[in-house]
Design a protein around this ligand. Structure first.
Ligand code: LAC
Ligand code: ZN
Length: 469
């Protein structure tokens, strides 16, 4: 359904300045260029006005003003998203959470912490780690992405395979609704059977239901040891076959990452690493185990080595030092940016039950041959979560916009037929909404749209996202 929106006029701008102060309200050409994009393809949508509230009550006043005036509001964290969630596709107000960046409290006795949404993931990890605590979610952009954005998209990362994703660490939220009302969604407890679970509804809602202004996390004790294995394979499919066998052998690694040869090559060039890979290697698995007892971890690695040997891997390498481990992780985290530096690409975030990974990889490559695109595949193999970067290369504008999406539709249909879905951790946002009819029938989509309308009857919050229009 289309909604009619108003432009941000002089009186609205004056009202926003009265709420946040003139320094925190920028309009037109005064809005720095980077606020018009995130990390998604080469998409650009400048907002009419950028506002940077510093308190919950300022957020509430902005929402009330925009709701009363039918002005669209797009919430924005650090802008590292890969599905266009933070793009103000209808113009209007871009609400940046960058000034809401306080760690309010780390409650060591309860293993909890309360933060504002503009705290950087890594800053939070470091702060809790100083107190012996562990916040596992670690998206590749952890050095710059905001926790609020991590909640909006339900970010994952390599550790998710053992520790779960962002939603598994959130206990309670303060949320500003489009009306300007402020609610708490839950309680700071590990068990809660009180009413509908609004906390979990907010997570992954991509800024379409409310603005998260405080987050209460649960934390874990920091594990003391980890070991990292690098397992080369002569074929990408064999690497994928080995993944589920490791879990079936009774081991849950703390990371189980896959990189096909092209992903390795792009990352090696980009990250200027000393790591060298023999030309016969066609894929790598990076496997990490962690815990508190080194003996157990060594035994786990022996078992893993036994299993992967059964899938024709080449010589298994141990990362000997902290520096080697860091270098391997740097290489793995660089893949996305490395590919982007080479070519515009469409990033698909396919996810299937883990044992279906080889079939998914085969299907992706077959589809590429049929539609004439190259793909670079890598990702969180242990979660069945394969990132498929479809390279723009020399593909014409028309094919890029019309024919390639048909191929992507085939890939997503394959995912769903294998028991999977469109996105494991990047969200739907602006670029995947046209495929939402694949995993959901009309009844399931209408139910979600009904929830959206209940929270946001005027559809002012992050319009143009998640649902096909
Ligand atoms: C990664 C991001 C793209 O896994 O999700 O590198
Ligand atoms: Zn990822």
């Amino acid at each position: 359904m289309k909604h009619a929106y108003n432009k941000v006029g002089d009186s609205h701008r004056a009202a926003l300045i009265a709420i946040c102060g003139a320094d925190n309200v920028l309009a037109g050409s005064n809005v720095p260029e980077h606020y018009s994009h995130d990390y998604t393809e080469d998409l650009r949508f400048p907002p009419e006005v950028l506002v940077k509230p510093g308190t919950t009550s300022e957020v509430a006043a902005i929402m009330k003003l925009c709701n009363d005036s039918r002005i669209p509001v797009t919430p924005r964290g650090a802008g590292t998203g890969l599905s266009g969630g933070a793009l103000p596709v209808y113009g209007g107000v871009l609400l940046s959470t960058e000034r809401l960046n306080k760690i309010i409290n780390i409650d060591v006795r309860n293993l909890q912490a309360t933060v504002e949404p503009g705290v950087i993931n890594q800053v939070f990890k470091d702060a809790v780690s100083e107190k012996g605590l562990f916040y596992p979610p670690d998206p590749a952009s952890r050095g710059s992405c905001f926790l609020g954005g991590n909640l909006a998209e339900c970010a994952g990362g390599p550790k998710a395979v053992k520790y779960g994703v962002t939603r598994d660490y959130v206990l309670n939220l303060e949320v500003v609704l489009p009306s300007g009302d402020v609610i708490m969604t839950g309680a700071n407890v590990l068990k809660n059977s009180t009413g509908y679970n609004l906390t979990q509804l907010m997570i992954g809602s991509e800024g379409t239901l409310g603005i998260i202004t405080k987050i209460v996390f649960r934390l874990l004790p920091m594990p003391t040891h980890d070991l990292l294995l690098l397992v080369p394979f002569p074929s990408a499919e064999q690497a994928c076959e080995a993944v589920s066998a490791v879990f079936r052998a009774g081991i849950t690694p703390s990371a189980m990452e896959f990189m096909e040869r092209d992903a390795l090559d792009y990352a090696m060039q980009y990250a200027e690493t000393s790591i060298q890979v023999d030309p016969s290697v066609k894929a790598h698995l990076i496997i990490e185990v962690d815990g508190n007892d080194p003996e157990t971890l060594f035994r786990d690695c022996e078992k893993i080595t036994e299993v992967v040997n059964g899938f024709g891997c080449m010589e298994v390498l141990f990362a000997e030092s902290a520096q080697q481990k860091a270098e391997l992780w740097k290489l793995r985290r660089a893949v996305g940016e490395a590919v982007k530096a080479h070519s515009i690409y469409k990033e698909e975030d396919t996810v299937v039950p883990r044992a279906a990974l080889p079939e998914l990889l085969r299907g992706v490559k077959e589809t590429g041959r049929k539609y004439g695109f190259r793909s670079v595949c890598y990702g969180h193999a242990g979660d069945g979560n394969l990132h498929v970067n479809i390279l723009r290369d020399e593909i014409s504008e028309d094919d890029w916009n019309n024919r390639i999406p048909e191929g992507i539709r085939e890939i997503f249909s394959l995912c769903v037929s294998l028991g999977g879905t469109l996105s494991g951790e990047h969200g739907i946002g602006y670029v995947q909404k046209r495929y939402m009819d694949i995993p959901f029938n009309t009844a399931a989509l209408d139910l979600q749209k009904g929830i959206k309308s209940t929270f946001d009857p005027n559809h002012i919050l992050n319009p143009g996202k998640m649902f096909p229009e």
